[in-house]
Ligand binder design. Structure first.
Ligand code: 5GP
Ligand code: MG
Ligand code: MG
Length: 183
């Protein structure tokens, strides 16, 4: 079973749920103070459990959508983004709340934010469950962060290694032998 591959649990199910409640309350208060209701956009697949935990705490009438993107480094240093699966709602003149699993180098976030602006969104804000500030290569920060994590590869609660471990209810560090087997 995949639980045997985990070396250490960094964030428990309860810790994550509690932090998601706090984040949702803060985010909702901020939007209501500005008189705005966002379109909440989850980036597939890593954001799915986080999105579920957050959205059920909102009582404002948000709309929810998902999209799948892959980021790559183009010829420019900023990187670029390819849409693998587009969303089914318009975000023109709307405030967008992007829901991300983790901000690592920051390339994905920077490219996706720019894409929404180009498509006519009014504003783009970001909530990321995890942040690895030590790994940043582009100058970008999420507006809301669940937890800062050290510079280690983490899995669970949506985050994968070779498409596995997304279904773990907590966030943990893999045993090194799992990577070694995979190489
Ligand atoms: P960025 O463009 O910020 O470098 O990339 C972010 C993406 O890289 C995340 O959405 C995630 O898919 C992947 N990623 C970055 N760090 C980790 C990590 O520690 N664990 C896992 N499972 N994925 C990561
Ligand atoms: Mg992601
Ligand atoms: Mg991944």
């Amino acid at each position: 079973m995949i639980t045997q591959d985990i070396q250490e649990i960094l964030l428990s199910e309860d810790q994550i749920a509690e932090r998601c409640r706090e984040l949702a309350a803060q985010i909702q208060a901020d939007y209501l103070a500005r008189g705005s209701i966002p379109v909440v956009v989850g980036l597939l697949k890593g954001s799915v459990p986080f999105m579920a935990e957050l959205m059920k705490r909102f009582t404002m009438p948000v709309e929810v959508a998902f999209m799948k993107v892959s980021s790559y480094q183009g010829t420019k240093s900023v990187g670029d983004v390819r849409i693998d699966m587009d969303m089914d709602l318009s975000t023109v003149d709307r405030d967008v709340l992007l829901v991300e699993d983790i901000v690592d180098t920051g390339r994905t976030l920077k490219a996706v934010k720019q894409m929404f602006r180009n498509k006519g969104a009014q504003g783009v804000q970001v909530v990321a469950l995890l942040d690895k500030p030590d790994r940043r290569v582009v100058d970008i920060e999420a507006d809301y962060v669940g937890f800062e994590v050290p510079n280690e590869f983490v899995v669970g609660f949506g985050l994968d290694y070779n498409q596995r471990y997304r279904n773990l209810p907590y966030i943990g560090i893999l045993k090194p032998e799992v990577y070694e087997q995979g190489e």
